[in-house]
Design a protein around this ligand. Sequence first.
Ligand code: NAD
Length: 321
Amino acid sequence: MYIVPESAIADILTRPDAFDAVEKVFAAMSAGDAYNFPVIREAIGHEEALYGFKGGFDGVGKSLGLKAGGYWPHNLEKRGIINHQSTVFLFDPDTGKVAAMVGGNLLTALRTAAASSVSIKHLARKDAKVMGMIGAGHQAKFQLRHALETHNFEKVIGWNYHPEMLPSLAEVAAEFDLPFEAASLKGMVEADVVISMTSSFNPIFGAAHISDGTHIACMGTDTVGKQECDTDLIVKATIFTDEVAQSVTLGETQHAVAAGLKSRDDIFELGAVINGTHAGRKSENEITLFDGTGVGLQDLAVSASIVEIAKAKGIGMEVDF
Ligand code: NAD
């Protein structure tokens, strides 16, 4: 078994590597070559932690395995370690023997940022100039950095429920020599691309806050009950997702589908756009919305890439297991 510890991931995984791995696995999922297993997520009744497993099998990339982990809300205050904790295990699909153990924390941040960026590449207007952020927490900075690397924006605007956190977005914009402005939610109409990355359980924005022609990546909703955007926007926009089954159960479309406002047949896989079996954006005025729920295959694809690079660079260790 090959072990790549969390401390080594930053030296191994580049943003382009994460982007390529996620783009390829979305395409494989849509082609029917890869599938995710049902997600398990449990409140374990200890430390208020949410713990679970996301797994899958990619028959083309030959990744089989799972990510185990979750969210421990008191880690930072009590122990000085981050609240999201996860580890990926890869198995040899020919034998079932464990093949690798990979630190999953930074990997999760990078694969999630890659997902919204892949959606921007395939669904945003090519002339998009203003990047709008809703959310300014740990993950929002990763989403913004990856988006600014994917597309040439001219300005970043941002809104956050806790406005004192907005300087972290301004710092990322400055890394790209771009101006940053704090915006009201109504001010989001200026954005050509919006990424929402919050832990909200109630709609924050809706159709009134989004201009025609905008591409939105809703990335925060990954659990039953969460919600970032109002159902009026879900109804108005053309919806794409990483996986339809997750989108309608624990993703951003769960509320509109439960209310009968949207059918699962109206939700398309981003992988189909990547594969060319869905045309993607049809007009300059269309609002496209990517519901990024986060699938296990993203973790496996990025982990497989990490193991390959780690072996080539001599980072990590082989143990007889
Ligand atoms: P974080 O705790 O660092 O940040 C939370 C963000 O949500 C902050 O911007 C905060 O101001 C905002 N917020 C908190 N309460 C709010 C409210 N009531 N209304 C509106 N905004 C509110 O968390 P993070 O690591 O940035 O993760 C954000 C969310 O993304 C989490 O809910 C996490 O589960 C989810 N997530 C999704 C994926 C995926 O693949 N889709 C991956 C990782 C994390």
